[in-house]
Write a protein that binds this ligand. Structure first.
Ligand code: DQA
Length: 164
């Protein structure tokens, strides 16, 4: 499975940004943990961060064309008000799992609402960097281990890609 991991605004500041809420790990360290987990599960991942709403819309729209089977998406503060991102999540065929480092439901009232959650396949919130790993596991469950390409040995024998 190929998964796209998207980090929203201000997540580039992880490690320095309110560490009592978001933890002490930098974004690169979080990405390293996600990559290690993905490797264990046999998932190929690509991780991207942007502070720009439109960039995330473009990445979501292109995800299928770029060969991704699913997206693990931490929309940051866009979670709470971006109808444009919600529409992008709703518009695409690849499954999107919304994740948050902190438990947004245990925080300020304005953070308790996600305008994106109803368009996503589900939401994982409050497990620190493990939220992303759980998000990858959720994608794996959703796609039931669909492989975009059969292993070389099967391709040579002319076998077909297993159905999900
Ligand atoms: C966050 C929660 C959001 O409310 C906040 O704006 C963030 C990070 C999280 O991962 O806990 O930027 O998405």
């Amino acid at each position: 499975m190929n998964a796209l991991v998207l980090h929203g605004p201000n997540l580039n500041l992880l490690g320095r940004r309110e560490p009592h809420i978001y933890g002490a790990l930098t974004l690169s360290e979080v990405d390293r943990l996600i990559r290690a987990h993905a490797r264990l599960r046999g998932i190929r991942i690509e991780s991207r961060q942007s502070n720009v709403e439109g960039q995330h819309i473009d990445w979501l729209q292109r995800a299928e064309g770029e060969g991704f089977d699913g997206v693990v998406f931490n929309p940051g503060a866009f979670t709470h008000y971006s109808i444009a991102l919600r529409d992008a999540v709703a518009a695409i065929a690849v499954p999107v799992v919304e994740v948050h480092l902190s438990n947004i439901h245990a925080r300020e009232p304005f953070r308790r609402e996600s305008v994106i959650a109803a368009a996503a396949r589900g939401q994982i919130s409050g497990f620190g960097p493990d939220s992303y790993c759980l998000g990858l596991d959720a994608l794996l469950a959703l796609t039931r281990g669909v492989r975009t390409k059969p292993p070389l040995s099967r391709r040579r024998r002319g076998a077909r890609t297993p159905r999900s």
